[in-house]
Design a protein around this ligand. Structure first.
Ligand SMILES: [Zn+2]
Length: 79
């Protein structure tokens, strides 16, 4: 196989583009995973929106900022 420079460039450009795309997808996946893990004990107060860590066993976590009772495991907010 005897590649000319043009043919070589035509192979390398899509190849490097694919590698960049692959790297982006992989790093995003890893980032999303670590974010999900760190959000496990994270509670956002429904009253004052103060974010705090709570690693208790109960279903209710009280906000250290305003004292409101927050239901745990509802990190995803709608709207
Ligand atoms: Zn609060």
């Amino acid at each position: 196989m005897n590649l000319t420079l043009a043919e070589f460039v035509l192979l390398v450009i899509p190849g490097s583009g694919f590698l960049v795309l692959l790297f982006t997808v992989v790093s995003r996946t890893l980032h999303a995973r670590s974010e999900t893990r760190s959000l496990a004990g994270r509670v956002i107060c429904r009253l004052c929106l103060h974010g705090f860590e709570d690693h208790g066993h109960g279903k209710i976590a009280s906000c250290p900022h305003c004292g409101a009772a927050n239901e745990r495991g509802r990190s995803r907010r709608l709207g």
